[in-house]
Design a protein around this ligand. Structure first.
Ligand SMILES: [Mn+2]
Length: 325
């Protein structure tokens, strides 16, 4: 096992070494794991190989600006590019590579694999986060790490594992974090401020969700938040997805589906979490996917929202029946 990993890390460093132009991309609608892994790996490659041009691309998110700045680069002008894809398994959800011509792909991801297959490919669904994987890589290869890189990696792991609460947290996660903290000596408690500080308006919005969530007798929670409601609570559509992890450990909820209409892209954004049935296969029928118990979907037709809701309710029903036996 250890040798396999050593070979893998060697191959990752080898392909990075081979290219002078490197573009690092991740998924649309990024979360802290996506952006932190991207910026941490970019900064590490820059630190290790100062002569390389390394860019972290994709739309920036204002509230994650503490992680660092992304690069504005004219992709169509780059030649001989290594594309590094992080935290996303399918081309359709990669942000900002439309104009890019690349010669090879290095993929590092913890989602079930889809159509992106890297020339060097490290896909491991047992990992809590892409940041956990990048941490392993940096700790066990010649790629360098400084304080800011370590802080970003820590934030990404904490976010994606929801403070080590979620099922994706493993002994490996703790082992990696232990090593990360030991080597980097970062002061990690203050880092929680950026992740968890919020406005009171968001808490009021959470109260709205709690008061208006419909729960079926099978333990399926559902809410469709209208643009008017978002306006009333002075929150963005992203506030809906930000809240979805706050509904774990509620006895009456097995699975929950939050919907918000994204006016800019004219699409319903759906976030699903489960403590019972596997949901990513169901989500994949609705232009979605993700992890076994944490998935999303992007839906055009409102009728599909009801269909998906029914499918998830049925999955909860089946799950409960199975538990009885
Ligand atoms: Mn992730």
């Amino acid at each position: 096992m250890i040798t396999i990993k050593r070979d893998l890390f060697k191959n990752i460093v080898k392909i990075i070494k081979k290219y002078d132009n490197i573009v690092i991309a991740r998924h649309i609608g990024p979360d802290p794991d996506a952006i932190a892994s991207q910026i941490a790996l970019r900064d590490s490659i820059r630190l290790t190989f100062p002569d390389k041009n390394v860019y972290a691309i994709g739309a920036g998110v204002y509230k994650f600006r503490y992680l660092g700045t992304l690069d504005k680069v004219e992709c169509s002008e780059l030649k001989n590019v290594l594309l590094i894809v992080l935290d996303v398994p399918n081309f359709i959800r990669v942000d900002g590579i439309g104009e890019l011509e690349y010669d090879a792909i290095l993929k590092i991801d913890h989602h079930p694999s889809e159509d992106i297959i890297g020339d060097v490919d490290w896909t491991d669904v047992s990992k809590s986060s892409t940041c956990e994987m990048i941490t392993d890589l940096l700790l066990d290869s010649k790629l360098e790490m400084d304080t800011k890189i370590a802080e970003n990696l820590f934030i990404g792991i904490v976010f994606d594992s929801d403070r080590f609460l979620l099922q994706n947290t493993s002994l490996d996660t703790f082992n990696t974090v232990y090593k990360l903290l030991t080597v980097s000596k970062i002061n990690f408690v203050p880092l929680y401020d950026n992740l968890y500080n919020r406005n009171f308006s968001e808490e009021k919005f959470r109260a709205y969700l709690i008061n208006n969530l419909e729960i079926s007798e099978n333990g399926m929670g559902f809410i469709n938040v209208t643009p008017e409601t978002l306006e009333k609570y002075k929150v963005e559509a992203t506030a809906v997805s930000n809240q979805v992890n706050n509904f774990y450990f509620i006895n009456e909820l097995i699975c929950w589906m939050f919907v918000a209409y994204d006016e800019k892209n004219e699409i319903f954004k759906v976030n699903i979490r489960s403590r019972g049935p596997v949901i990513n296969e169901i989500a994949s029928n609705y232009n979605g996917g993700g992890h076994k118990y944490a998935s999303g979907a992007r839906i055009k037709n409102p009728k599909d929202i009801e269909k998906l809701r029914k499918d998830l309710d049925q999955a909860c029903y089946d799950y409960l029946k199975e538990q009885e036996n």
